[in-house]
Write a protein that binds this ligand. Structure first.
Ligand SMILES: [Zn+2]
Length: 138
């Protein structure tokens, strides 16, 4: 399983997107804060397709992402954190604080055991994407 880091733009919150075809049906998704419809896929397939097309092109940012980068897997994140600590934890304290480990700072056994279950990421998401059965990708 991989890890992505993503930042969605705030054009929706600022009222700067093109008009949404279903503004009263928008909700924040559970996968980070990607906007989605509050309707089940089943029975609303065409609305979801329209909404996905809107989201992809509603502002200057493709699919509303300011940034969306593949980071690594958990082993890679741990190796990166270890490299930062080896180079000087004080020098990279801001970067270390922003990595997923920061959300589990109190769980120090996780720091010592790279095989321990990973904490819930705060600003990172696992790269296990929901795939709709007949979703069309533009
Ligand atoms: Zn945008």
């Amino acid at each position: 399983m991989g890890l992505d880091a993503a930042v969605r733009c705030r054009f929706w919150e600022e009222g700067r997107t093109r008009p949404c075809p279903f503004p009263q049906r928008i909700q924040l998704g559970t996968d980070l804060d990607l906007l989605e419809l509050d309707l089940p896929w089943e029975g609303n397939e065409e609305m979801h397709r329209q909404f996905d097309r809107w989201r992809w092109h509603c502002c200057a940012h493709e699919n509303m992402w300011l940034a969306n980068e593949r980071i690594s897997n958990w082993s890679g994140v741990r190796a990166f954190q270890q490299a930062l600590r080896s180079a000087g934890e004080a020098r990279f304290s801001t970067l270390l604080a922003a990595t997923p480990m920061a959300s589990a700072r109190a769980a120090t056994q996780v720091d010592l055991d790279p095989m321990a279950p990973a904490p819930a990421p705060v600003t990172f998401r696992e790269q296990k994407r929901r795939v709709r059965p007949s979703a069309k990708v533009d």
